[in-house]
Design a protein around this ligand. Sequence first.
Ligand code: SF4
Ligand code: SF4
Length: 239
Amino acid sequence: MGTRNQLISYQYEMAEILSLATSIVRGLDPEFLMSGSLPRRLLESMELFYRVYDESCRMYLAYIKEKLGREVSCQRGCSWCCYQMPSGLYSFEYIYIYEGLTRANPKTLYLARLLDRSEHFSLIMQKGENGKNLERYVSKNLPCAFLNPDDNTCDLYHFRPLLCRSYFSLGRPRYCHPGRFNPESKDIIHIEPSGKVRQALMDFDSSLPFRLSPIMSFGILEFGINIMKCKPIRWTDTS
Ligand code: SF4
Ligand code: SF4
């Protein structure tokens, strides 16, 4: 299969996986979902979706390298893009991120950082400069709560949201810092899923009985505290 057809095939595969995840959720009692128990098949679907998405990105980037002779600058330990407050997350992504968070050690460290980032952002929102909140937050130069300061890697790399998975640069990494970001730059690549996949993402999201903040620190805290009561998710083999 040629690269183009393989890329299209990935999109169909992702939409199918998401459709399966949606049907799993729709077949459940909302009370069950809110009780902190979830079917293991849902976790497997999310894992598979992200794996296929990552594979499709790798293939797309290899295609760019072959056709344009340009290679991404992204590599382990490069983290200018992580000095931000990730926002625009789907609610279902918090299930996966929270799973990563509860497997991580020590969890309290991340919770303290998430609270710290949320407080900074809340203070900015209270000052009420509409439309400028993200810019003002970025000017504080705070790293994402999951960025490891020892080696500049993402401690939740396997569980990171689509927003982080889709962002690449062909240029100088220091310009990926959101405070230096140039929207006119042709070096930044944001690999958007197809319309079919985006629709499947929205269907999956709207099948859940909760809606969480699209701003990462808030969304995780809402899910972890209000829904999970700070306990790990109980993955069940039934349903
Ligand atoms: S997007 Fe930019 S800062 Fe982030 S890993 Fe890639 S090159 Fe580095
Ligand atoms: S979740 Fe990970 S990849 Fe995304 S901004 Fe945070 S540290 Fe960076």
